[in-house]
Design a protein around this ligand. Structure first.
Ligand SMILES: C=CC1=C(C)c2cc3[nH]c(cc4nc(cc5[nH]c(cc1n2)c(C)c5CCC(=O)O)C(CCC(=O)O)=C4C)c(C)c3C=C
Ligand SMILES: [Fe+2]
Ligand SMILES: [Fe+2]
Length: 345
């Protein structure tokens, strides 16, 4: 039977989410939804809701809004418009046997609106691709939970599959390598920093089977006990990226950024990017190329945190040249890589 008789295959691309505008009320609404997600802030709901809605978010929203104002463009938030561009181009690449929708875990366009678009088109099955290369319960896990929470109320639930991570996908790595090589042309870098979004160490320990993970060398390779360990997946991406760029082990450092400061002072994955790079100039490292391999689209955490704030820190410490490698966004190679991941699923 032809694809049109069977119905098209539905594809749902999902990224994290961003505020509707950089104004404080919109940023507050976004942070309220984000930071009361039990997979992001894993405190009992009876503490999480009053603490975050009543105290943390009201204090944070005006400060975050100022940063979003620096990030905002004529097309709005980069995370959103890169996602929409990717959706359009992946649709073109996959052709009419597929219907590609795009949603955000928090705020708009919602995961629900994207799933309804697929349901209204009577797709035969749904492939969900959370746009996070490395699996974390706070990102991928939360998207999976949201999708299941929505479809549980449908009378007919179609076949649904999740592409849960692509940390070591050869096409993804090839794209990162190509993006890096383009920045390396005509420049001599002393060192390479691979800076990943951090998560609390506790999240790693909670996901470890048989208490396998001790936050040490356990994450240096995969086995059945740590296959979905965020830290192990960050190291896997890093090893392959370094290999592709032809780097020796001492030429690159894996670091973690964006920790949410909390009075509880709970440790997040280490080493922290800001602490590492401040020490570089004193060690004779003055030219650094920085990758953000946990993100496939430019956003606050890449453009502002790595591109501006870390550059400022590095230069204040005496460093000369700090360069961020742009994300894959909707580059043709990445569009092909996404289409190929979907076709293989
Ligand atoms: C790579 C995937 C991500 C993981 C894992 C993740 C975990 C995580 N994040 C926070 C807190 C914040 N993150 C914020 C922004 C943000 N985070 C991701 C991705 C992951 N987060 C992205 C893509 C973005 C950028 C969104 C954009 O609009 O550009 C923010 C908001 C900004 C700010 O106020 O600083 C917060 C807060 C926690 C607590 C966490 C894991 C526990
Ligand atoms: Fe985050
Ligand atoms: Fe581990």
């Amino acid at each position: 039977m032809s694809a049109s008789n069977q119905g098209r295959i539905g594809v749902l691309l999902v990224n994290l989410g961003t505020p509707d505008s950089p104004k404080t009320p919109d940023v507050r609404r976004y942070l309220n939804e984000f930071l009361t997600d039990g997979r992001v802030v894993d405190m009992p709901a009876a503490i999480r809701y009053p603490l975050f809605r009543g105290l943390v978010v009201p204090l944070r929203a005006p400060k975050s809004a100022k940063i979003y104002q620096q990030l905002w463009t004529e097309r709005g938030s980069p995370l959103l418009y890169h996602g929409l561009d990717l959706q359009k181009k992946v649709q073109e690449q996959l052709g009419s046997d597929y219907l590609v929708a795009f949603g955000m875990r928090y705020q708009n366009p919602s995961v629900e609106s994207a799933l309804l678009e697929l349901r209204d088109a009577a797709v035969s099955r749904i492939i969900v691709l959370p746009l996070f290369p490395q699996y974390a319960s706070a990102s991928t896990g939360s998207v999976q939970e949201k999708v299941m929470d929505i479809v549980k109320d449908w009378w007919i639930v179609p076949s649904i599959s999740f592409i849960s991570s692509f940390a070591d996908d050869p096409d993804f790595i090839t794209c990162l390598v190509a993006r890096g090589r383009a920045e390396m042309e005509g420049h001599d870098y002393d060192h390479f920093v691979f800076s990943y979004h951090g998560i609390p160490e506790r999240h790693i320990l909670k996901g470890s089977h048989n208490n396998y993970c001790k936050l040490g060398t356990c994450c240096a390779s995969y086995n059945k006990n740590n296959r979905y360990c965020y830290r192990a997946q960050c190291y896997a991406t890093s090893r392959l990226l370094a290999q592709g760029l032809g780097l020796r082990d001492d030429q690159y450092t894996v670091t973690f950024q964006s920790r949410l400061q909390s009075r509880l002072r709970d440790p997040w994955l280490q080493p922290y990017t800001d602490e590492v790079i401040k020490e570089y100039p004193a060690k004779g490292i003055n030219n650094v190329l920085a990758f953000s391999p946990a993100f496939v689209a430019d956003c606050l955490e890449t453009t502002i945190e790595v591109g501006d704030e870390f550059k400022e820190l590095f230069e204040e410490a005496g460093g000369k040249h700090w360069q961020l490698v742009p994300s894959l966004n909707s580059e043709p190679m990445w569009v092909e890589a996404v289409a190929s991941m979907i076709r293989r699923n």
